[in-house]
Ligand binder design. Structure first.
Ligand code: NAD
Length: 329
């Protein structure tokens, strides 16, 4: 039986990936600072530990054939674009990656997956919201717009360097805005789809929700099941990447809000307020993944957003009920 460890298995994508691996028949170890917040882990074994600690990183990879490295100090624009968390983000995530590779090499791990990000792409190619350039070969000359992106770029190079120098098999994906049920939906680290679903769920029909910026910035969003499918296909291929794993259905943030309203059956007004924004436009370029894996994600955004809205709305309702019970109202 193939054994796999998912670092970051207490997080959003990691918990979905652990479930997928388990369903495929892997023996799975999950490692994270915390257990998954919204459901029981599917992993056979779950190690609560800090991967900045070399001993924990060694325990994580011990006896494993495959390592999926998704642990990172991470959040949405409200966390990574304000500048306040730059030093911890870079230090924490780089330490996790350095420890994982060092320990994995020592333990004789066969395959590594590393989750990089679309945030590595240069800001200068993403100024026109209708024509952002995010082909894999456009990463250099490098100019990510956040320190989070710089750390990802460093770490993807680190994985590829270990592969070149030590003959280790590595696969690197650049995720583009992954969303879906069981993702962070409140607290400051949530991303646009979950944040917008939350605002729509919390606001009565006819009310107003706030949108950061003019809402004309563009993005694409990939449903988590498709992301996990891409990860598995990449890991089973002989292609190292880096390769985009994202959707190429680009929308404006205003458009995304409209979709969430349709999912909720509500009509709301948008109030545009200043906020951390990131690049002006971004979309996944899926030519390389199609060429190398003969596959690219295809589910529509509306479909995934509907499922996500339903899940976020349930969380909002449960949260409101809990608060009402606490205050006796
Ligand atoms: P997440 O924050 O839900 O998961 C990351 C997990 O890493 C968290 O559970 C966190 O507790 C854990 N972690 C952080 N520091 C740790 C430490 N020192 N030791 C052990 N565990 C630690 O994020 P996610 O959305 O599931 O993202 C997974 C990976 O994919 C991350 O590397 C992220 O940078 C990358 N990525 C995600 C997206 C996205 O849209 N979600 C986009 C691009 C890249």
């Amino acid at each position: 039986m193939r054994k796999a460890v998912v670092n970051g298995a207490g997080g959003f994508i990691g918990s979905h990936l652990a479930r997928r691996l388990k369903n495929e028949g892997f023996w799975v170890r999950g490692v994270d600072l915390k257990r998954p917040e919204f459901s029981e882990t599917a992993a056979d074994e779950f190690l609560v530990g800090d991967l900045r600690d070399q001993a924990v990183a060694a325990q994580a990879v011990d006896g494993m054939d495959d390592v999926y490295q998704l642990a990172a100090d991470m959040g949405g624009a409200g966390y990574i674009f304000t500048g306040e968390h730059d030093a911890v983000v870079m230090h924490n995530s780089a330490t996790i990656n350095l420890n994982t590779l060092y320990a994995g090499r020592k333990a004789g791990v066969k395959r590594f997956f590393y989750s990089s990000s679309a945030c590595i792409y240069p800001e200068y190619n993403q100024k026109d919201p209708q024509n952002p350039v995010c082909s894999e070969d456009s990463a250099y000359p490098a100019a990510p717009d956040s320190e989070y992106g710089w750390e990802k770029l460093f770490s993807e190079r680190l994985y590829l360097a270990f592969s070149r120098n030590y003959g280790m098999e590595v696969h690197v994906a650049r995720f583009h805005n992954i969303f879906g049920p069981e993702g962070t939906w409140q607290g400051g680290r949530e991303k646009a789809p979950a944040a917008i679903c939350r605002k729509v769920a919390e606001t009565p029909d006819g009310g107003t929700i706030e949108i950061w910026g003019d809402g004309e910035q563009t993005r694409s969003f990939l449903y988590v099941d498709e992301c996990v499918e891409g990860v598995r296909r990449l890991m089973e291929s002989d292609f190292a990447g880096p390769v985009n794993v994202g959707s190429d259905e680009m929308v404006t943030i205003n458009g995304l809000a409209g979709m969430a309203m349709r999912a909720a059956g509500k009509k709301l007004l948008l109030q545009h307020i200043p906020g951390p924004l990131g690049v002006r436009g971004r979309n996944s370029d899926n030519r390389l993944i199609r060429e190398k894996l003969g596959w690219a994600p295809s589910a529509s955004l509306a479909e995934g957003l509907e499922k996500t809205y339903r899940w976020v709305a349930e969380q909002v309702k449960a949260d409101q009920q809990q608060r009402a019970a606490l205050t006796g109202r």
